[in-house]
Design a protein around this ligand. Structure first.
Ligand code: DX5
Ligand code: ZN
Length: 216
């Protein structure tokens, strides 16, 4: 199933509750929450307390993307704050397998993110343990960047590997996705679509509806 995961990094934080209700009512299935630590990526966004304060507003799936160096210590807090899916970066975890086990032990879905230049081969052994793989289609750290064109081949390669191994794993794409290139990433095999600026700039309800029309 294809799902839209609007990234609230691009929302107007002063009106966050209202904007979350808008994406929920327009039919977005997930809410993408970008947690940044100022080390793994240059900047800091938000964390558990913000998740807590919005958890009561919507039943949509909280899709939490930890752009954090060694995020294992955060897993319990992030689950307590209402995460449904937790993604950690392969590049940020020395003990990736242990971190994934820790996420799964909390009873939520586990996912690994790869930066654009990171080879798919680092997933070879861990892939069967994962519920989702997040392919970064820009360098993580900021919203509003341009989609990196070579990502399309990477999505296609990952979808082929998942099919050959007869696994059921979602492929999420994150960064620079808009109404003009979403079809390209869907065709390549992505099925969870993160969109920040393309959802929250302009008419939020209309943007979500346009995405969902293409993704049906
Ligand atoms: C970037 C974040 C993304 C970001 C996407 O580091 O992981 O989720 O919010 O924003 P857009 O869709 O504007 O590229
Ligand atoms: Zn993200």
């Amino acid at each position: 199933m294809n799902c839209l995961s609007p990234s609230i990094l691009a929302a107007d934080i002063s009106r966050l509750g209202e904007e979350i209700r808008m994406i929920d009512q327009a039919g977005a299935q997930y809410i993408h929450i970008d947690i940044m630590d100022g080390h793994f990526v240059p900047t800091i966004s938000f964390g558990g307390p913000l998740m807590n304060s919005i958890r009561g507003l919507t039943d949509r799936i909280f899709d939490v993307h930890l752009m954090v160096e060694e995020p294992a210590h955060l897993v319990e807090e992030i689950v307590a704050c209402g995460a449904d899916i937790i993604t950690v970066h392969a590049e940020g975890c020395v003990h990736l397998d242990r971190t994934i086990d820790k996420i799964k032990a909390q009873g939520v879905l586990a996912s690994v993110a790869l930066n654009p230049a990171t080879d798919l081969s680092c997933l070879e052994y861990i892939l069967p343990k994962l519920d989702m793989v997040l392919l970064m289609t820009v360098n993580p750290g900021y919203g509003g960047q341009t989609y990196i064109p070579y990502s399309t081949n990477k999505i296609r390669d990952l979808r082929r590997i998942i099919e050959e191994r007869q696994l059921r794993i979602d492929i999420e794409v994150d960064g620079g996705i808009n109404l003009s290139n979403v079809q390209e990433v869907l065709d390549a095999g992505a099925n969870i679509i993160v969109a920040g600026s393309a959802v929250f700039q302009g008419d939020i309800t209309a943007n979500v509806e346009e995405f969902l029309k293409i993704m049906r």
